[in-house]
Design a protein around this ligand. Structure first.
Ligand code: HEC
Ligand code: HEC
Length: 510
């Protein structure tokens, strides 16, 4: 009604009464003026939600483990043990801690050879004098969240190099059609991928020298050899490189986790079972109870009017006054699981692509299609307020700046605030590399390929978008007491005494 009252004309009262009358007769939902009122915004949004057939719950119809399942409990202990890294200084949790939104709170992760392996988040630094340290953050991409990892049905990783060949909805790759991994050729199933995409993915961090394998005990070993050595190390059998664990109670843990009280180490402590258990733990991290979901389910007061206005901009096309965010961040999981060139800044060492070796060609690395150069997977936006820094290289440390980037990537690059990234990331290189991405975006646009469009929004509209994105976070992920079930407690057994007890740079336990 604000627009009506702001009319200075003498007949505004008459107009107002007329409008009230017509609302009675035809309903306000579709009249242009009424979308300025809270109830008009609400009506417009709820009809949009219906048209888009959103349920608010992307976990519906899936068969997911509970964190209390014995296998998920075993997986939690494996996720937290440094025994799975070559030189026993890194665990999965080093880069994917529940209290850090299922990530590490860093633009680019630091895996092996950290000065203090137990320190996570800001303040975690790499040994500068290490024999194998060659400058800069050593891991080239931002660590995505493990939260809601079970809800992906097509691809994992920023470039989709773990890929369900069937892409059946609700299956996470568990559809009998096979899963492609970096161990198989593009488009071909990896016979060892395991049950679903999450098991397939978990086979790889241990094989990455910068993430977990290190440059010491397992140096020079193939992926298969690393995995064999790890199963022997945990199973206390064979002749693992670097020898056995000093303390080892893993057999009891695997017997309980797989409910095989008589099982032997050789049959139970296999690498396949290691990743099976880790995947159960990860797949139990389902955080979808967002205010937005309550709204979609009918609680009109679950989100603010500002968030609703933001939602309208998010879902509406540019022609209709929106920003068309949902053309890529689509459906209840807020992703099309597809790849787009949007020009997010390329910081860090990259993937050794391009002339200078510091670029990251993204999806092109897998498909070799020219249009996929610099394309990255559309991230889900559930819990996005907790999963920063944002972008495939973590170049943005504010959610607002991440949104603003989308509105005009060239202007965003020109205005990029370098103070937000670590000083050892070269600014000039970043400008050159990112300009190439934006040039590719412009080339795609010129070729008529569906591409990110430039959009004009005012400051208030951007605030609304931020407000909407904030409504996509499950309160549990910001509540340590709620997350505690996904973190081993002092009462939980510590089978090898190598559990990572994470703390922040003030010495507080996470
Ligand atoms: C040194 C930090 C580091 C460690 C340790 C690490 N990860 Fe990651 N993780 C990453 C990064 C970086 C990526 C993204 C890599 C890419 O897309 O190229 C990633 C990706 C993932 C993904 C895919 C997420 C998605 O949205 O597609 C999962 C799942 C995952 N890691 C689980 C694990 C597990 C399980 C372990 C232990 C076995 C582990 N990670 C160890 C940094 C780490
Ligand atoms: C053309 C497809 C497309 C459109 C339209 C789009 N996005 Fe994105 N968005 C992406 C891709 C792809 C990424 C990841 C890019 C990268 O990491 O290099 C991304 C990343 C993001 C991120 C960072 C998420 C993270 O975890 O790092 C946010 C937040 C986001 N988009 C919000 C929005 C909003 C809000 C809009 C509308 C104004 C929007 N997006 C429109 C494709 C799109």
């Amino acid at each position: 009604m604000r627009a009506v009252f702001s009319l200075k004309s003498t007949c505004s009262i008459i107009q107002f009464l007329f409008l009230l009358g017509s609302c009675f007769l035809i309903g306000c939902g579709n009249s242009r003026q009424s979308s300025d009122t809270p109830s008009g915004v609400n009506q417009e949004l709820s009809s949009l939600v219906q048209t888009l057939q959103l349920s608010g719950d992307p976990s519906k119809g899936r068969n997911l483990p509970s964190i209390n399942d014995p296998k998920a409990q075993l997986g939690m202990k494996l996720f937290f043990t440094k025994a799975l890294s070559g030189d026993k200084d890194t665990a999965c949790v080093s880069c994917h801690h529940p209290v850090l939104g299922g990530g590490d709170d860093l633009s680019l992760p630091i895996g092996v050879d950290a000065v203090d392996p137990e320190l996570l988040g800001p303040g975690r630094v790499h040994l500068v004098s290490g024999e194998h340290y060659d400058g800069g953050p050593t891991v080239p991409r931002n660590a995505p969240s493990t939260f809601n990892i079970a809800l992906w049905d097509q691809v994992l990783f920023h470039d989709g190099r773990v890929e369900s060949l069937g892409k059946t909805p609700l299956k996470n790759g568990d559809d009998g059609m096979g899963i492609r991994t970096p161990d198989s050729a593009f488009g071909e199933a990896d016979p060892l991928a395991g049950q679903n995409m999450v098991t397939a993915q978990a086979r790889f961090p241990v094989t990455s020298a910068e993430e977990m394998k290190n440059f010491g005990l397992f140096h020079g070993l193939s992926n298969a050899e690393v995995r064999t050595n790890l199963q022997q190390r945990l199973g206390d059998y064979g002749e693992p490189a670097g020898g056995f664990l000093v303390t080892n109670h893993w057999l009891d843990e695997f017997r309980a986790g797989f409910d095989e009280p008589q099982g032997s180490a050789e049959t139970l402590i296999t690498f396949n079972n290691v990743v099976d258990a880790i995947a159960s733990y990860e797949n139990s991290q389902v955080f979808v109870e967002t205010p937005w979901k309550s709204y979609v389910e009918g609680d009109d007061d679950a989100i603010s009017t500002e968030a609703k206005r933001g939602a309208l901009i998010f879902f509406k096309s540019v022609a209709d006054g929106g920003a068309d965010c949902a053309s890529c961040h689509s459906g209840d999981f807020f992703t099309d699981e597809s790849f787009h060139v949007i020009g997010m800044p390329q910081i860090g060492r990259g993937k050794r692509d391009g002339e200078n070796g510091t670029e990251d060609f993204g999806r092109f690395r897998e498909t070799k299609n020219a249009a996929d150069k610099y394309a990255f997977r559309t991230p889900s936006l559930l819990n996005v307020s907790a999963t920063g820094p944002w972008g495939h290289a973590g170049a943005y440390t504010s959610l607002r700046a991440t949104i603003v980037h989308h509105l005009n990537p060239q202007v965003a690059l020109d205005n990029y605030d370098f103070t937000q990234i670590a000083p050892n990331i070269q600014a000039n290189q970043m400008r050159v590399n990112t300009q190439k991405i934006i040039d590719q975006l412009n080339a795609n646009r010129a070729a008529g390929l569906p591409s990110l469009q430039n959009v004009n929004l005012n400051e208030e509209q951007i605030d609304w978008l931020v407000e909407f994105l904030m409504s996509l976070t499950d309160p549990c992920v910001e509540d340590k007491s709620c997350l505690n079930q996904w973190i081993p407690s002092a009462e939980d057994t510590n089978p090898d005494t190598l559990r990572l007890n994470a703390m922040d740079d003030s010495g507080n336990y996470l």
